[in-house]
Design a protein. Structure first.
Length: 570
């Protein structure tokens, strides 16, 4: 019999006064022995909205087998997911970032309401990964994260393709470079299986983070979602959670400042999504560690870019897994002095101990050694300057020209910009500005993949730059600067721009400036009026009232600094 005297589940399972609660468990066929065991929440973001999530229920079932084998009692529940590929390019994208915090909140509430002792969280699409890990850090019960896996690459005309290619052919179609029949031909084959988008976009970036930060089993991110061999990692995750309960090893023992630095290094080394610089500060907030966009950018600056992954490179997540996955990448980073090897992980061992016996494979072509990087600094760069006093970010993986200067062409929402791009109503040399798309001003900080992909598809990806107080998809490529802060809705300089203002972006020195004096900006600020949003009620309204700035993670609550208690210790 397990001693539950210090476990949350004692509040719903131990003693005569808990007979009403136990009656519910008997109603579900749960035995006396199972009631006496630790209760493990098995949370997944399963839904039928998109391929990213449809394999999660199968993997949850495998996790439960592992929990039961190790003498725990699993309780499966689901939370929401908003899939960016479907939400992209319209009002639905306002729901995406908001869903990250709703996922964390709903997992927290389910765990609190039912007094579960531990958590295995399974996620498949973009914001569901950080959302699930944020819940783990907030609750601080023993936790294991499991990625649902990537999609297999599609094949079109003899080459591997992803959904990124579909977004870009829309631009080719609008400029007469592709026919409607070709668009239809590609869309039918680009996404051939279950799993999250296959390039180093946000889902795969954050899956890599889960291993680097120590919350997921080594190599658990590598296998594509359709492979039933993934189930072995799911079962192992179930067994691991029971070992963590026994050891009382908790997420905040694992996710330290050093662990966050490891995670940021992996984002840089893989040319990962700019969203990593939004989610890592949000995760840090949950444990009370100050780790802003600027801290992330400093690590990006000193970390080599070594994984040749789409959208900036050649390969997809399946190739990364076959090349040795995160252990292979982390091996060379550790040997090169770019990782903290003494960070604890859910295995009960440190990063360095987990990597013992891993030998860098020089025959694979996806991951380079740190001695021969693609570029000596990371694939993502932080920017700061008169146009973005709070900072901004740009993905430079695959880019040749890291400097751009040109006149502003200002749009007050993404739809205005996309219409101009679709109609070819813009010029080479311009800096397209999309504003009032920040966390508050959107609300929801939409991604701009539809617009950036259309620009790239028209062959203009290296001829214009684009800046926004919103976000970009991990699939975005070209000179695209996001997270510009303060956002327009807060009176930031981006909200004061006019057509023709000269903007300079230098991703080598990390500068983004506008050729306006402080006096001119102050004069414009006198007549500035923020744009009113469409959302005066509902979830997006509530989000806009609570969300903080992007450079601090767009958080909706004070995090660990505001805690009066930790759930795990109730």
């Amino acid at each position: 019999m397990t001693d539950k005297s210090k476990l949350p589940s004692r509040h719903v399972s131990v003693g005569p006064s808990k007979a009403p609660q136990r009656s519910y468990y008997y109603a579900m066929g749960i035995s006396d022995e199972e009631i006496r065991q630790p209760f493990v929440g098995v949370a997944s973001c399963w839904n039928e909205a998109a391929p990213c999530n449809i394999a999660l229920m199968r993997q949850a079932a495998a996790v439960k087998r592992g929990v039961r084998e190790a003498k725990g009692t699993p309780f499966e529940f689901c939370t929401i997911t908003v899939t960016d590929g479907i939400a992209m390019g319209h009002e639905g994208m306002r729901s995406s970032l908001v869903s990250r915090d709703v996922i964390a909140d709903s997992v927290e509430l389910t765990m609190r309401g039912h007094c579960y002792d531990a958590l295995v969280g399974i996620a498949g699409c973009d914001k569901s990964l950080p959302g699930m890990m944020m819940a783990m850090l907030r609750l601080n019960v023993p936790s294991v994260f499991l990625y649902g896996g990537s999609i297999l690459p599609g094949c079109w005309r003899g080459k591997d393709v992803t959904v990124q290619d579909v977004f870009e052919i829309v631009g080719q179609y609008s400029s007469g470079k592709a026919s409607e029949a070709e668009v239809h031909e590609l869309e039918r084959v680009a996404c051939p299986s279950a799993g999250a988008c296959g390039g180093q976009y946000t889902a795969n970036t954050m899956a890599c983070v889960s291993e680097a930060i120590g919350l997921a089993l080594p190599l658990s991110s590598a296998l594509p979602a359709p492979y039933e061999s993934r189930d072995a990692y799911a079962e192992a995750s179930g067994r691991t959670i029971m070992a963590l309960i026994e050891k009382n090893l908790r997420p905040r023992d694992i996710v330290t400042r050093k662990a966050l630095e490891n995670a940021a290094a992996v984002v840089a080394a893989t040319g990962g999504s700019t969203n990593g610089a939004l989610h890592l500060p949000a995760m840090a907030n949950e444990v009370g560690i100050e780790f802003s966009l600027h801290d992330v950018a400093e690590i990006f600056k000193r970390t080599p870019y070594i994984a040749d992954l789409k959208p900036g490179g050649q390969y997809v997540a399946k190739d990364m897994g076959e090349a040795g996955g995160m252990p292979m990448l982390m091996r060379t980073l550790l040997d090169g002095g770019f990782l903290h090897g003494d960070c604890m992980t859910i295995t009960g061992k440190t990063i360095a101990e987990n990597l013992e016996g891993v030998v860098f494979d020089t025959s694979q072509k996806v991951i380079r050694p740190v001695t021969n990087p693609i570029t000596p600094t990371g694939g993502v760069v932080g920017l700061r300057g008169s146009l973005a006093p709070d900072g901004a970010i740009v993905k430079v993986a695959g880019m040749k020209n890291l400097k751009f200067s040109g006149p502003a062409r200002v749009f007050n929402c993404e739809e205005e910009a996309f219409k101009a791009v679709e109609e070819r109503n813009y010029k080479a040399g311009e800096v397209l500005v999309i504003r009032f798309e920040g966390p508050k001003g959107g609300p929801g900080m939409r991604e701009m993949l539809a617009t950036t992909a259309a620009i790239y598809g028209q062959g203009m990806g290296d001829k214009v730059a684009l800046i926004t107080d919103g976000r970009f998809s991990g699939a975005t490529r070209g000179f695209c600067v996001g997270h510009v802060g303060p956002e327009a809705a807060e009176g930031g300089p981006i909200g004061l721009l006019k057509d023709g203002d000269m903007i300079t972006i230098d991703a080598e020195t990390g500068v983004i400036d506008v050729a306006l004096s402080e006096a001119e900006l102050a004069e414009r600020r006198k007549s500035f009026k923020s744009k009113e949003t469409w959302y005066g009620a509902g979830a997006l309204y509530k989000y806009a009232q609570t969300v903080g700035p992007a450079w601090l993670g767009a958080c909706t609550h004070p995090g660990a600094k505001g805690e009066k208690h930790i759930y795990a210790d109730i």
